[in-house]
Design a protein around this ligand. Structure first.
Ligand code: ARG
Length: 645
């Protein structure tokens, strides 16, 4: 973990001191950078250019079969000298024998290098075993160390609504958001996980209405599952509302004027009553607030329990109800809007922002307050930005929300127009395709999880190694499977979506196959530990050069890439990159573990191999497997998967 430790390791390989420290090299986090730095040094000596210049001319190979590192000659920007193609041929020929590389070849303007399979394991394996769960992370993740400045990222995700059912986009947001938060932590950020519960708005008015019409204290007190009662109450009201809403929409369409939409509310009692109930709540009517607090408590306790089932823990943070908790803060925000000349009043009493008057016609018109003076979703979101700024002083706020693109464009622009462009710069909307519901009649998050876990009751025991055949383990594996299914779309704009029907395929890229290989690996480790101990082979330094051949070396190559995978995941915020990487390991590892099994059977037959060689090989593979297990665990945790053994 320190440069001294690393120097010692490299000296033991017969390498000179670490070449002049280069600003862009990250030796303590990126093992590939070690190779990069030494290659740059050799290049510098051959060409006589500057150290940084040489470093910058080298890049990781962009495709398989093209080596591992690649000198791109035009990047050297040499003022004079031979034509670059000649230089490439010359360099490839003259390149001195080097412990870290095999003989290079030239290819146009490139000189390409494979990392030496002899030394690669010697660098990479101890490196990983030293860094442990820090391997693949950058910067320090020691959040207890307050001396170190940590940039703070708020990650807002999941954000279902109180009352309505939990939707597929909420589910995808839950897992995507957890991943985004984990990735930020891996990059040294202090990540704060926020659930922006939709606990305010007209739907709460509708819920209040349902309460007065269909429910009683007693019923709520005695209900075994009060959160479900709330949802059922809401669903009942929604049923009543639906046909009327459709009619209302039709009328509005006829009028073809968005701003006048509210007007038709008057026609049906249910709209009037709903809006009145919400208005009462916003005005702080004690009985409305008391009921709201009750419903809110029930919902918070339900969600805390249920998110726990998928390993997500949110910081204590207000949902949309922020307004009711802090009307002064809301007033401050509205004053800024007003002072910047942004709000206007329409004839029928709406408070709006017309973006066309602020050079952003594409963003249309947004309502901040309804005719009856109640707040809108947008106004609450603006207030939330400023509230979070005060509470958390964030450097970055990521909204992990399916679609909603127009809304966030309006929100960000509004903050900008409020004279806070520096805040807008910190706001990011991570959009994704919402997917369709394929989980039958499950309505609540807990229902979905139950269904998912139920499908695993049907899992054939033979599909998993004996160490996993335990119903309590099945529960975790089922959730892992769900997460992988949700995140394994090609990218965020592709629909993934949980499909209960295909959830327990053991084959292919599933959480289950990841789990199976992980468990087999753990078994192999225990087995090797036993054999190595019994063989009395205990050198000070295990000779890892036994790993220089396929299939082992292929794993080592993959393991060396892990930090690049996490840093790319941070840049793209696409979980699919991490998943494909883990599945590459699964594939390579299954060859190794097959060999392992064959090796055991054939041990006696290998008469020509002496016992010491076998023992040395076992000890080396043990280290390799331990490092692989570490990387699998680190990668799985990034995706919020729980490795089970
Ligand atoms: N509750 C909203 C919904 O279910 C999503 C909230 C998204 N977050 C936000 N800050 N607007 O659609």
């Amino acid at each position: 973990r320190t440069l001294d430790g690393l120097t010692e390791l490299l000296q033991s390989l017969g390498l000179g001191p670490i070449p002049e420290h280069l600003a862009s090299a990250d030796l303590l986090h990126q093992p590939v950078d070690i190779f990069h730095v030494y290659l740059a040094e050799a290049l510098r000596e051959l060409v006589g250019c500057g150290a940084q210049q040489a470093f910058d001319a080298i890049q990781p190979a962009n495709s398989v079969g093209n080596g591992d590192l690649d000198i791109v000659l035009p990047r050297l920007k040499l003022a004079d000298g031979p034509p670059l193609q000649d230089l490439a041929a010359d360099l490839a020929k003259k390149f001195p024998k080097h412990p870290l590389f095999v003989v290079p070849w030239n290819d146009g303007f490139h000189v390409r290098f494979f990392l030496s399979p002899k030394t690669l394991p010697l660098v990479v394996i101890p490196y990983i075993l030293d860094r442990q769960d820090g391997y693949g992370t950058f910067g320090t993740t020691d959040l207890n160390n307050t001396d170190l400045p940590h940039s703070k990222a708020l990650i807002e995700f999941s954000s279902p609504n109180l009352g309505p059912e939990f939707r597929p986009d909420h589910l995808r947001s839950t897992f995507l958001g957890a991943f985004v938060a984990n990735v930020h932590e891996a990059m040294g950020w202090h990540a704060v996980r926020i659930n922006y519960l939709g606990d305010w708005g007209k739907h709460i008015g509708l819920l209040g209405l349902g309460w007065t019409q269909h429910c009683s204290e007693e019923e709520l007190e005695n209900h075994p599952d009060p959160f479900r009662l709330i949802h059922e109450l809401y669903a009942k009201m929604e049923e009543e509302l639906k046909p009327k809403l459709a009619a209302k929409k039709q009328k509005a369409r006829d009028k073809l004027d968005g701003a006048a939409e509210e007007e038709t509310d008057k026609e049906d009692a249910i709209f009037i009553d709903r809006d009145a109930a919400f208005q009462k709540l916003e005005q702080g009517d004690p009985s409305a607030i008391e009921l709201w607090e009750r419903l809110h408590r029930i919902s918070t306790s339900y969600y805390t329990r249920t998110y726990d089932r998928v390993g997500v823990k949110f910081a204590d943070s207000p949902g949309e109800s922020l307004v009711c908790r802090n009307p002064e803060a809301l007033a401050r925000v509205e004053n800024i809007i007003k002072d910047n000349g942004l709000s206007e009043f329409t004839e029928d009493g709406l408070t709006i922002v017309n973006f066309a008057n602020h050079d952003s016609a594409k963003l249309g018109v947004a309502t901040l307050r309804n005719k009856d003076g109640t707040t809108t979703y947008l106004l609450r979101d603006v207030a939330a930005v400023f509230d979070r700024l005060e509470d958390f002083n964030f450097d970055k706020l990521v909204y992990v929300v399916g679609e909603h693109d127009h809304h966030f464009r309006q929100l960000f622009k509004l903050v900008d127009l409020m004279g806070r462009p520096e805040i807008t710069q910190r706001l990011h909307h991570l959009s994704f395709s919402r997917g369709t519901k394929q989980w039958g009649d499950a309505k609540l998050l807990g229902d979905v999880l139950d269904r998912v876990q139920d499908t695993f009751d049907a899992l054939e025991l033979e599909a998993v190694p004996p160490c996993l055949r335990d119903p309590s383990k099945f529960k975790t594996i089922a959730i892992n499977n769900l997460i992988v299914q949700e995140l394994n779309a090609r990218n965020r704009s592709h629909t993934a979506g949980t499909d209960l029907a295909t959830l327990i395929q053991p084959e292919g890229e599933t959480g289950l196959s990841l789990q199976v290989i992980y468990a087999k690996l753990c078994d192999a480790i225990s087995e090797l530990q036993r054999t190595v101990k019994a063989s009395e082979y205990s050198p000070d330094v295990v000779d890892l050069s036994a790993l220089s051949e396929a299939p082992w070396i292929e794993i080592v190559r993959l393991l060396a890439r892990f930090p690049t995978i996490t840093s790319t995941a941070y840049k793209t915020l696409e979980p699919s990159g991490v998943l494909s990487y883990l599945f590459l390991i699964v594939e390579e590892l299954s060859y190794c573990l097959d060999e392992e099994a064959e090796g055991e059977e054939g041990e006696g037959a290998k008469q020509d191999v002496d016992g010491a060689t076998i023992a040395a090989g076992n000890a080396a593979r043990l280290k390799l497997y331990q490092a692989t297990r570490q990387v699998l665990e680190n990668g799985m945790r990034l995706l919020n998967l729980v490795p089970v053994y």
